[in-house]
Design a protein around this ligand. Structure first.
Ligand code: FUB
Length: 369
């Protein structure tokens, strides 16, 4: 046999033996220890098949946090309202939120019931989309996007003394907020930032001029893509202390990712985490269905595009969060496994997230075929 072919075959065989021996039999996923035994470049895409964490209701857009030593999940609560599907996401017609908690990954998931209902948000019109939560000085803050009575997405805040609510919504949305998918990041110096925004149904393109315009305005394909936004939160966590700023995502040459670069440009689902002193900005590429990421040196960016964290899942949307728990990193995400692929009826899942030695993230393929 050709020596090169023999070498490739041997490496593949070694990888297969190690992977088979190290697979976690209950969750059918590759454990971190198994990855460590493989040569660094043997695995660039990890294949996983986790099961839904919650199966009695549909859940999506999971924002996970560790509060009081437990893992809390703040997802959207999908349900069938009968609104027909369109490009603006009218079929995502959610009306409340539940909060879930887990003592351990793989352990029981507790549903804490309705944490916030649309009827208890005075300014809300319709469509409660992807939320997030934060804690400061023993008070829990729940951030949620919902269209107001004029059908314009704004971001609201509600508070509770418990991580699972119920939450009391403020009378008005956060002043200066717009679009959707809020993600709140607490930096190691105790400063909190909100990232937000999403195009198409998320309406970010209607704010391109700084004020809301009913018509959709997108940059040309050879112009910089629309950017997600960031604003520092006030001490009371209820307002911004600055006008939202652009979050730049750059290619390796330092140029902004272009609007026509659908494989890499920001669409929705911003999330930020910090690893080894670097800031990781991750997001969905929407119509190309990846969770992609860039790395930067401070919360404002710019972030240099690095690659894909999670390849497309079953269903149209892809939305995630990343959290460290008990010394490991976890990727929470959703797919449409339980509903047999229905775009708006999704279920939350979790899998381990692994880094390469250079700080880049190993790509995950979670297709359920
Ligand atoms: O769940 C409604 C919307 O779908 C979210 O806000 C988006 O991120 C997408 O997952």
């Amino acid at each position: 046999m050709d020596p090169l072919k023999f070498k490739i075959l041997s490496v593949k065989l070694l990888a297969a033996i190690l992977l088979f021996g190290c697979k976690d039999k209950t969750t059918n996923k590759i454990t971190e220890s198994s990855i460590d035994k493989l040569p660094e470049d043997t695995i660039s895409t990890i294949r996983v098949k986790p099961l839904p964490l919650i199966s009695d209701i549909y859940t999506a857009d999971p924002s996970a946090h560790v509060f009081e030593g437990k893992l809390y999940i703040y997802p959207s609560h999908d349900f069938e309202s009968g609104v027909p599907e369109d490009d603006l996401g009218s079929h995502f017609d959610m009306k409340d939120y539940h909060v879930f908690s887990m003592d351990s990954i793989g352990g029981n998931v507790t549903d804490h019931g309705v944490a916030l209902d649309i009827k208890d948000v005075p300014w809300a019109g319709r469509q409660m989309w992807a939320p997030d939560a934060a804690e400061k000085n023993g008070i829990y803050y729940f951030y949620f996007p919902v269209k107001d009575k004029s059908d314009i997405f704004k971001i609201g805040v509600a508070t509770s003394e418990n991580p699972y609510g119920p939450f009391n919504a403020k009378e008005q949305p956060i002043e200066g907020s717009y679009s959707m998918d809020p993600a709140v990041f607490e930096d190691t110096d105790g400063v909190y930032y909100m990232y937000f925004g999403g195009i198409w149904g998320g309406q970010l393109q209607r704010w391109a001029s700084g004020t809301y315009k009913e018509e959709d305005t997108y940059p040309l394909t050879d112009q910089p893509a629309l950017t997600p936004k960031i604003a520092k939160l006030a001490d009371n966590m209820l307002s911004f202390v600055e006008t939202p700023k652009d979050v730049q995502i750059l290619d390796k040459n330092g140029n902004p990712i272009l609007a026509g670069d659908n494989e890499r440009r920001f669409f929705e689902a911003a999330w930020v985490h910090k690893y080894n002193g670097k800031y990781y900005f991750s997001y969905s590429t929407g119509d190309t269905h990846n969770i992609a990421y860039g790395i930067g040196d401070n919360p404002y960016g710019p972030f240099t595009y690095e690659g894909v964290i999670l390849k497309p899942v079953l269903g149209w949307t892809n939305h995630h969060s990343i959290v460290e728990y008990n010394g490991k990193w976890w990727l929470f995400y959703h797919d449409s496994f339980l509903s047999g692929g229905k775009t708006h009826l999704r279920n939350v899942k979790v899998t381990e997230l692994l880094y390469n030695k250079d700080g880049t993230i190993k790509t995950i393929n979670a297709m359920t075929d």
